[in-house]
Ligand binder design. Structure first.
Ligand SMILES: Cc1cc2nc3c(=O)[nH]c(=O)nc-3n(C[C@H](O)[C@H](O)[C@H](O)COP(=O)(O)O)c2cc1C
Length: 325
């Protein structure tokens, strides 16, 4: 399968595994890249920039295919040392980065100055165009369906992807709600050059999380998410659990402040939930695509299946419907 994205990034299939806190580790990333997709390590999953250097080395020992690193820039009272993480990425000779979050300019400029190709992930056409002006090499556009931070505009992929495709000139991948070959064919039809997936890759053999979390993603349907943090203008989509239900309930009180929910939503608790399989101890981030997840394949089998389905839809089903020109 050949698109502007596969050509620009030297990969076999137009399928990216987006950065995922606590999950974007070498096991998953190398499995995705070895299967012909593009895996992304998650920089901030590593406690220090030096740990990130070691994780990049570890990933290199597990694949000789291209992989990237996600750098997520979120507003924070105590921000992590972003510049040091960025330097670790550059020093390690990584050539592909996925930036996500607020004000990426300083990072994009430094990466570009060092020959690193940047895919900026964002949730609005105006942000995509602003990143394009900064000189990014590709855009990943994340619709309202997505796990993580869908932004505050609530525009689903069916509108957001073609709206962005009409204006963005660099290669663009569609993100949010993708999990099978129907989604890949649809994304291509809507004008994207490939897809980015998060939640679907969590339910794979190689995802470094507890089996019970993978089974939860299989058991859940498309209604099993909660939107949290809306009141704090930092909306996030997570799996519907007792913890996220409680966050919703507490946040709905008219005088609610972030301190009321902080004890439920820390990163350490989310990590504990993923590692122990106990969804009572922290948030589990997941998207509406849970409704399309029915098994736990290897990354290789998942990617081959998605590509095979998309090919069949395009060359058989749609070709038959279209008829001769
Ligand atoms: C468990 C989990 C953790 C995530 N953590 C991050 C993150 O740290 N940085 C980021 O840019 N995106 C993060 N995301 C978002 C994904 O990279 C991707 O954009 C999103 O999952 C796409 O939507 P989908 O889940 O419907 O495929 C996370 C997603 C999940 C499921």
């Amino acid at each position: 399968m050949k698109t502007r994205f596969t050509e620009a990034f030297g990969i076999k299939y137009p399928i990216v595994q987006g950065g995922m806190q606590w999950i974007g580790r070498a096991e998953l990333v190398s499995a995705v890249s070895n299967a012909g997709g593009l895996g992304m390590l998650t920089a901030l999953t590593q406690p220090t920039p030096d740990d990130l250097r070691r994780e990049i080395d570890r990933c290199r020992s597990m694949t000789d295919k291209p992989f990237g690193v996600n750098l997520t820039i979120l507003p924070s009272v105590n921000p992590p040392p972003y510049a040091a993480y960025r330097q670790a990425i550059i020093d390690s000779g990584v050539t592909i980065v996925e930036t996500a979050g607020h004000k990426p300019q300083e990072h994009v400029e430094d990466f570009k100055a060092h020959g690193v190709r940047v895919i900026h992930k964002c949730t609005a056409v105006r942000h995509a165009l602003s990143a394009e002006r900064m000189g990014v090499d590709a855009i990943s556009i994340d619709g309202f369906e997505c796990a993580g931070h869908p932004g505050e505009d609530d525009i689903p992929g069916l509108i957001l992807i073609p709206a962005a495709a009409d204006k963005v000139k660099v290669p663009m991948i569609a993100s949010g709600g993708f999990g099978d070959g129907r989604g890949l064919a649809a994304a291509l039809a809507l004008g994207a050059d490939g897809i980015n997936m998060g939640t679907r890759f969590c339910a794979t053999v190689e995802a470094p999380i507890h089996e019970r979390i993978k089974q939860l993603l299989v058991a859940n349907d498309e209604r099993c998410t909660n939107l949290i943090f809306r009141k704090f203008h930092n909306t996030a989509r997570v799996a519907k659990t007792q913890v996220s239900d409680l966050v919703v309930e507490l946040s709905a009180k008219p005088d609610a402040v972030f301190e009321d929910i902080r004890h439920l939503v820390t990163g350490a608790q989310g990590r504990a939930a993923l590692e122990s399989g106990d969804i009572g101890v922290g948030l589990v981030w997941a998207g509406q695509v849970q409704g399309l997840i029915h098994d736990i394949p290897t990354c290789h089998d998942l990617i081959e299946r998605i590509v095979g389905e998309a090919r069949a839809i395009i060359t058989q089903r749609l070709a038959a419907i279209a008829g001769p020109a």
